[in-house]
Design a binder for this molecule. Structure first.
Ligand code: SAH
Length: 366
């Protein structure tokens, strides 16, 4: 019998991250699934992803949408098109739409506010925005318009690595943690996340990232493998200490579930891209409780090429819905109803959280 997991202080977390023996990992998978079930239940919430623009002013070294990607045909969806996607998402039974895009100044404060207002008025769906680093005035206007949540991954908590792969705009601040705190203070549900296996990432920094999720008390946490895009500066970079593979990503997801029991954690598209046959399911079996099916119209979807070979890029929204429902049912889980907001048991708050997981009641038994 494999031994039971130990309390998750930093050395224990590092031990789990480095573990590769399948038998030794069984208790981690079992515990992550049990904590997922106890804290957020069996429902898998579906969020309809609308990729509203691939125009971007940034030069992130990992991302195919960076402004230097001259080969890419650029698009920005019109408000009517976004609305049509939201209506389709509502018709498919999704409780939330996620409007994601490059950092595109053409997605104006007023334009997005208008779209959010109309989506809320016409569909009642929860609206999540993921439009990069934006001014406080933009974020406030969108909240007033009815936006519920904002996703902004900090990508890696290693400040030097982050600076290297995410060049700042001239004169602009370079502080995703600051924006996340402001979003929380404004009243958004906040989502963040990382890429696993970035060239230059260390085990230590990856472990630190998982503790950062907990410190931030993040409501949503997206964890996907880094997938090299050959058209970007990181396209040919050698993988470093942390492999950008399925196993490492699954360990990061499982450990995040243990650290943040009540968070909404998606089984990411990047994971499904690495393993189209089983990646989504494995994520859901090892801590995740959310899937974000793509509802972007087909012609645009091909152009939202963050990395090549993105899973399900040729599926229609309806086919995608059917496929996911089947996969979720096969796991003995159900499709979530309603907006699927963050649950709070009220037992834990930011003030109670510490780097030592021993104080977390759910983890005390590990
Ligand atoms: N412009 C927005 C949305 C970016 S796309 C923003 O910057 O927040 C959403 C996520 O895709 C990014 O946060 C990043 O974590 C992920 N991503 C980008 N390039 C990737 C790559 N090459 N491999 C895996 N994930 C990637």
């Amino acid at each position: 019998m494999p031994s039971r997991p130990e309390p998750l202080d930093r050395p224990a977390l590092l031990g789990w991250l480095r573990e590769t023996d399948p038998a030794a990992l069984e208790p981690l998978w079992a515990r992550a699934d049990a904590v997922r079930q106890a804290a957020v239940g069996d429902a898998v919430h579906l969020r309809g992803l609308i990729e509203v623009s691939n125009i971007c002013v940034r030069s992130c070294h990992y991302c195919g949408l960076r402004k230097e990607s001259a080969h890419l045909t650029r698009y920005r969806m019109r408000p009517e098109e976004i609305l049509a996607c939201a209506r389709e998402a509502a018709a498919l039974g999704y409780g939330t739409v996620v409007l994601q895009g490059g950092e595109d100044p053409g997605l104006t404060r007023e334009g997005i506010a208008g779209v959010v207002q109309r989506i809320k008025a016409e569909t009642g769906l929860a609206v999540t925005l993921s439009l990069g680093e934006r001014s406080d005035a933009d974020l406030e206007a969108w909240l007033r318009a009815g936006a519920d949540r904002y996703l902004l991954r900090f990508e890696t908590g290693d400040p030097e690595l982050y600076r290297r792969i995410h060049p700042g705009l001239p004169g602009g601040p370079q502080d995703r943690f600051g924006q996340l705190r402001r979003l929380r203070d404004l009243g958004y549900e906040i989502g963040t996340g990382i890429m696993v296996g970035l060239p230059g990432q260390s085990w230590e920094s990856l472990a630190g990232d998982l503790f950062r999720f907990q410190e931030l008390d993040a409501d949503m946490i997206g964890i996907g493998p880094f997938l090299a895009n050959p058209r970007t500066p990181l396209g040919a970079a050698p993988v470093g200490e942390v492999p950008n593979d399925e196993l490492t990503t699954l360990k990061a997801i499982a450990l995040t579930r243990l650290l943040c029991p009540e968070a909404n954690i998606p089984s990411t598209t990047a994971l499904a891209t690495l393993d189209p046959a089983a990646g989504r399911e494995l994520g859901l079996l090892r801590g995740a409780n959310v899937v974000m099916p793509n509802v972007t119209p087909a012609p645009y979807r091909q152009l939202y090429e963050i990395y090549p070979g993105k899973a399900c890029v040729n599926e229609t929204a309806t086919a995608c819905r059917g496929c996911l429902e089947g996969r979720i049912a096969a796991l003995g889980r159900s499709v979530g109803k309603g907006p699927g907001e963050r649950r709070r048991s009220g037992k834990t708050g930011m003030a109670d959280r510490s780097d030592s997981m021993v104080r977390n009641p759910i983890l005390a038994g590990l």
